[in-house]
Design a protein around this ligand. Sequence first.
Ligand SMILES: [Zn+2]
Length: 128
Amino acid sequence: MSSDSRLTSILFNKCPRCHEGDFFVTKSAFSRHFDQMHDHCPHCGTNFMPEPGFYWASMFVSYAFFTIWTLLTFFIVVIGLKVDLNYYLVGLVPTLIILTPYFFRMARRTWLTIFIKPLPHPTPGKLS
Ligand SMILES: [Zn+2]
C-alpha cells in the first residue's frame, strides 16, 4: 500500500503498524464471518489481541460512528433536502442495521490504531 496513514488502515482493513497485513480475515464487512480477526498481523506479526477484553471499549467508538452517521444524514436529509422527519426516521433504521458490521470492524481497527505506533516510513536516500 502506498499510503502509510492511520486513516488508510482504519478504512481499508489493514494493520495499524505496517499498513500491509489484513486486520480481519475476510475482506468484506458484509460476509458471513465478518467478525473474525487475525490474532497477529500476517505481514509484520503485530499482536492484534493485546489483552483479554481489549475490544470492549471499541463499542464506544462504534457508538460514536453511529452518532456521527445519524447526525450527518439528519442534516443532509431533513435540514438540507427538507424531507419529513418521520420519513427520515423510517429510512434511518435500515441504514443503521446495514452499517452495523461495517462500523463494528471500523471501530475495532480505530481502537487498536489508537494504541499501536506505526512503523517509521523509510526516508529515501537515508541510510540507517
Ligand atoms: Zn502489520
